[in-house]
Design a protein around this ligand. Structure first.
Ligand code: GLY
Length: 330
């Protein structure tokens, strides 16, 4: 059931909590901090974001850029075979092919992305190559793999035994009653989105995923679409999304979150407004998960989901912790 959310415009976060509009589980409300809260901050989605944050924080500690940090950070999830929603070990599409999407954006407003790339373990680094070595923004499919190979990336089989078995099981269970995609589980891990702010206050973002498991071959989600899965405006802040990509694309979700912050919303308020659009577009009760994370230029954080189960990892003031995400629908 959707709770009533009738007030217009942006509402103070504290008022929201008091009103019961938000039904989320308790989490440290670091995102409500006012003003700058220090630099070298990293926020990322899901439990696997913890290890990714560690790698990103190490880069920041060495004085490198937020861009270097987000690339190094999400590469950890891409390379981890136990993370079945990103990179190597990601669950395949309907044909048993692992196809990956990724985007990256720097503090100068430049972006690079790859969609439906196959056999390349670190699509985020290919996306960075697109950004830095071409005047294009996005390369997809066989062209993306070809581009990666030309730039020295190794072709390798990304389908792990675990993922292959999951695909076989899914195929075996297909019937005319199937809803094509299995229903989301509350603890489903998904895309890693990461936003980092470096010592200079510059912000960068990255987003990388194997997308919906058992998707139609060629399907591309929100993650590589700049403004949907991830967006950065270094004067304002950055945001990234996880969950049902189609819903995020339709509201240009991460761009919307950043634009809400530009108009004065805190990261939390900005995300709430974006999620409300999704709720409205799905008759008040979207039957899927979407969550956003965000950092403002002032160093405030936000993380909020449609539904229970979302977790995010936050590196701040030298400590890296996992938090249960607040959520809007019960
Ligand atoms: N958010 C990932 C996807 O929908 O592909």
């Amino acid at each position: 059931m959707t709770r009533m959310i009738s007030r217009r415009g942006f509402i103070a976060w504290s008022a929201l909590l008091g009103s019961g509009v938000l039904s989320g589980v308790k989490a440290d409300r670091v995102f409500s901090a006012k003003g700058a809260v220090g630099r070298n901050n990293v926020i990322s989605t899901w439990r696997h974001g913890l290890a990714a944050n560690e790698a990103a924080a190490e880069i920041l500690r060495n004085g490198k850029s937020a861009l270097d940090a987000v690339e190094a950070g999400v590469r950890v999830s891409e390379g981890d075979p136990d993370v079945t929603s990103v990179g190597y070990g990601g669950l395949p599409d309907e044909q048993g092919r692992v196809t990956l999407d990724a985007s990256i954006m720097n503090s100068k407003g430049n972006a690079g992305a790859v969609g439906c790339i196959e056999n390349i373990k670190h699509p985020i680094s290919v996306a960075r190559k697109v950004m830095e070595e071409t005047d294009h923004v996005m390369i997809v499919g066989a062209g993306a793999t070809e581009f990666a190979k030309l730039h020295g990336f190794k072709e390798e089989d990304l389908l792990t035994e675990k993922a292959r078995k999951a695909h076989l099981e899914w195929k075996a269970k297909l019937s005319d009653k199937d809803d094509w995609l299995p229903p989301p589980k509350e603890d489903d891990h998904d895309t890693i989105g990461m936003i980092a702010q470096d010592d200079r206050g510059d912000i960068a973002g990255a987003c990388t995923t194997s997308g919906l498991r058992f998707k139609i071959h060629g399907r591309v989600g929100d993650s590589p679409i700049v403004g949907a899965g991830m967006y950065v405006d270094n004067e304002v802040g950055g945001a990234a999304a996880t969950g049902r990509g189609e819903a995020v694309i339709k509201i240009a979700g991460s761009h919307l979150v950043v634009e809400n912050m530009r108009r004065g919303a805190s990261p939390m308020e900005a995300i709430e407004e974006a999620l409300k659009r999704i709720i409205k577009a799905h008759n008040g009760n979207p039957e899927f998960q979407v969550a956003f994370i965000a950092i403002s230029k002032q160093g405030e954080f936000g993380a909020l989901a449609l539904r229970k189960g979302f977790q995010y990892a936050l590196f701040r003031n030298g400590a890296n912790k996992l938090y249960d995400g607040e959520y809007l629908l019960s």
